[in-house]
Write a protein that binds this ligand. Structure first.
Ligand code: FES
Length: 204
């Protein structure tokens, strides 16, 4: 196994939370992705050994869910919603703006590994359509102008932590609704932010 002792320890702790080892596969894939930013063949082999199923079975789960990446992404994963509420609120233009700015087509990463672009299904922010996510942090009520400004800010500042609230204040518009508590924790990489996996951080 090529996961270090701390990863294996964390994995075993996760597995213990489930009546059957194989039920832990989802969080184990998240753990793998927090390590590499994607699900490597090596991690697939480790998970298969840890839970006692075949590598093909592990792969069948990791390839089914689009948030488990099969290859490394850029520092910033730009996920623009293309589903119906966003589509009727001009998401096509937002998608075009992002594609033009980055020079990328769907699921491509630039040569500097800065941006990966993807057009995705509903991200649960329909009331604030059109919406997109940067490293799974959501910004709603986008205009074309603000989307360009957002992309320019990312390229110039290259922040290590992406925080939804900060992007919403600086580049967003109408929101679905206001969350009760302002959340100042953000994501530290192009994977979803989970405290358990150390992929969240507060900006200093
Ligand atoms: S349709 Fe775009 S967030 Fe739901």
């Amino acid at each position: 196994m090529s996961w270090n002792d701390s990863m294996i320890k964390q994995a075993k702790k996760i597995i213990k939370m489930y009546p059957q080892k194989r039920s832990a596969i989802g969080p184990l894939l998240h753990l793998a992705q927090s390590k590499d930013g994607y699900i490597s063949d090596d991690s697939t082999a480790v998970i298969s050994e840890l839970v006692g199923i075949t590598e093909v079975q592990v792969k069948s789960v990791s390839t089914f869910y689009s948030m488990y990446k099969q290859e490394p992404t850029g520092k910033y994963l730009l996920s623009v919603c293309k589903s119906i509420s966003c589509e009727i609120n001009n998401s096509k233009e937002i998608i075009d703006v992002v594609k033009d700015f980055t020079g990328l087509n769907n699921n491509e990463t630039d040569e500097n590994d800065l941006f990966t672009f993807e057009a995705v299904e509903c991200i649960g922010a329909c009331g604030g359509a059109p919406a997109m996510q940067i490293n799974y942090e959501t910004v709603e009520g986008l205009s074309s102008e603000n989307t360009i400004k957002l992309c320019e800010w990312l390229k110039k500042e290259q922040p290590d932590v992406i925080i939804a609230e900060e992007m919403q204040d600086n580049f967003g518009g109408t929101k679905s609704f206001d969350w009760a508590i302002k959340d100042q924790s953000g994501t530290t990489g192009s994977v979803p932010g989970f405290q358990t996996f150390n992929t969240t951080k507060e900006k200093k």
